[in-house]
Design a protein around this ligand. Structure first.
Ligand code: NI
Length: 227
């Protein structure tokens, strides 16, 4: 499942992020790439230990925690501390698949990457190119979202970032281990949860069918979730 989550950050929050990021010190993005992806990665990144990256990364995590749509879709168990990258002057990231396991620097924590996310921080009209192109089972999808919006996609997908031919594409990106490892199981639970939310809006939370379906959701989650 590929899902766009709108308004993870407000316009004012995006402006604050950009003020901090535009003043930050960027380094070659190959620092965090695996050996295959290093050959195809041409961008800039904030170092993982950068105080600006850690402060803004924590704000991204706070924002994700407030997003019911994100929680419903990702069912996150562990989220990698969000990183930040910038593509400009023809910068691109060729076709690759994200590493299965990511170690969180300076900690014993390892995260299995079930889902990948990109949070767009540039107005799409401010740069040319820079589409995130994701191969899905139903063909190729091109993603270029408004600033503050996030795309969530299975880390099992081959993807690339098209060359940025003018302007700059700034974003945050990260991976997460889901409580529900299997994408199909997670998608079924998401569809069920969203349908229950819609039905709750129509009938109220005390409706008998809503109560039964909410129980079905929790019992299914109990069967498949790992924490
Ligand atoms: Ni990637």
């Amino acid at each position: 499942m590929l899902l766009a989550i709108p308004d993870v950050l407000s316009a004012e929050e995006v402006r604050e992020f950009r003020r901090a990021l535009d003043a930050a010190e960027w380094v070659d993005g190959r620092a965090t790439a695996g050996s295959q992806s290093a050959e195809v990665k041409h961008n800039l990144q904030l170092p993982e230990s950068s105080p600006v990256a850690r402060r803004l990364g924590d704000l991204v995590l706070d924002a994700l925690g407030r997003s019911e749509l994100f929680i419903s879709a990702a069912l996150p168990n562990r989220i990698f501390p969000p990183l930040f990258n910038k593509y400009e002057g023809g910068g691109a990231f060729g076709a690759h698949l994200d590493n299965a396991i990511r170690a969180v620097r300076g900690t014993p924590v390892r995260i299995r990457t079930d889902l990948s996310a990109t949070l767009f921080l540039s107005d799409p009209d401010s740069y040319e190119g820079g589409e995130l192109v994701i191969e899905t089972g139903f063909g190729v999808q091109e993603v270029k979202l408004p600033a503050g919006h996030l795309v969530l996609y299975p880390s099992t997908s081959i993807h690339y970032v098209a060359p940025v031919t003018s302007g700059a594409r700034v974003s945050s990106f990260f991976w997460m281990q889901s409580m529900v490892r299997n994408t199909d199981d997670r998608t079924i639970l998401f569809d069920l949860d969203q349908s229950i939310q819609a039905l709750t809006g129509e009938r109220g939370g005390n409706d008998e069918v809503v109560l039964t379906l909410s129980g079905v959701y929790q019992n299914l989650l109990r069967r498949v979730a790992e924490t």
